[in-house]
Design a protein around this ligand. Structure first.
Ligand SMILES: [Zn+2]
Length: 299
């Protein structure tokens, strides 16, 4: 009798260790929208991150204290429809699901540039600069440095002169792309502040973008500030939320002083204004949550 019980418990252990471990995946918010951000959370207690892909875009997971999380940017020109998400744990099991991208139409804007500025649109100059910026935006540091929704990069009332996603055409040519950031009206010399903690990965004067600063906020989330009149940070420097990084200007391919602020998530340009409302993270660092739990135990 005791022998057969032992046999049963051995079988039970074998069954547990060979069963595929389950894990849960949540995506927030749904449905996805072109030009917007979403977070993909995976609850799985593994030592190394899951692997994931959304519509051909590799996802990069970082540990967020309670789960693995990847931040996902939906390209502004994504057509509405169903797109494939696949997540696999390092040990092998995978989950697949179809995610809906809902429609979102962006209006068309025609820009007229002064003749001396159109020379800046020469393809070889555009390409060279695009490579410098793409290289900076391809930086990846695993630790997300922000907890709160971003703070506005300008103080006072924000006046949007050109929203994110606007389809753009120069002169009479067909649309050459879309506006990959948001433009705020501001006078030359207005201070520009870091919207979230980050590390300066680019602080440089470029032909089209003018004086530009790029901040790496971690986990593939970055923001860029263009056409500045002055840069007040150095590459490699860490900045706090609200720290001065530069001043508004009209440098590069710009027709009047303004601040162009762009946010890249996993390499994809997304609407920065959404980041002023949502952090896409638990709003409290996990250690603070635990502290509160401990405090509740103290009479
Ligand atoms: Zn702009």
């Amino acid at each position: 009798m005791s022998w057969s019980l032992k046999g049963f418990s051995l079988l039970a252990i074998a069954a547990i260790s060979f069963a595929a471990p389950t894990f849960s995946v949540s995506v927030n918010p749904l449905p996805l929208l072109p030009g917007e951000t979403a977070s993909v959370s995976v609850k799985a207690y593994t030592n190394s991150p899951p692997q994931g892909e959304f519509a051909g875009q590799p996802l990069r997971f970082v540990w967020d204290g309670e789960s693995w999380v990847a931040f996902l940017g939906v390209h502004a020109l994504t057509k509405p429809g169903k797109y494939h998400l696949r997540i696999c744990l390092p040990s092998g099991p995978c989950q697949e699901m179809e995610l809906s991208v809902a429609p979102k139409d962006y209006p068309l804007e025609r820009l007229r540039l002064p003749a001396e500025k159109t020379v800046l649109l020469k393809p070889e100059l555009v390409k060279e600069e695009r490579e410098i910026v793409a290289k900076a935006y391809s930086t990846f540091s695993a630790k997300p440095m922000w907890f709160l929704p971003f703070s506005p990069p300008l103080k006072g009332e924000l006046v949007v002169t050109s929203p994110f996603g606007l389809r753009r055409a120069y002169g009479n040519s067909p649309p050459s792309g879309f506006h990959d950031g948001v433009d705020f009206r501001a006078k030359e010399g207005t201070p520009v502040y870091a919207p979230a903690p980050g590390r300066v990965i680019l602080a440089k004067e470029l032909l089209l973008r003018g004086k530009m600063v790029i901040l790496d906020h971690g986990a593939g989330v970055m923001s860029g500030f263009l056409h500045l009149s002055e840069i007040d940070v150095k590459e490699g420097q860490e900045v706090k939320r609200g720290e001065l990084i530069g001043k508004v200007g009209n440098t590069g391919l710009s027709t009047a002083p303004h601040l162009h602020w762009e946010v890249r998530v996993n390499g994809v340009a997304v609407n920065p204004l959404t980041w002023l409302e949502k952090s896409f993270r638990p709003e409290r660092p996990p250690f603070l949550k635990n502290q509160r739990a401990w405090l509740r135990l103290i009479p």
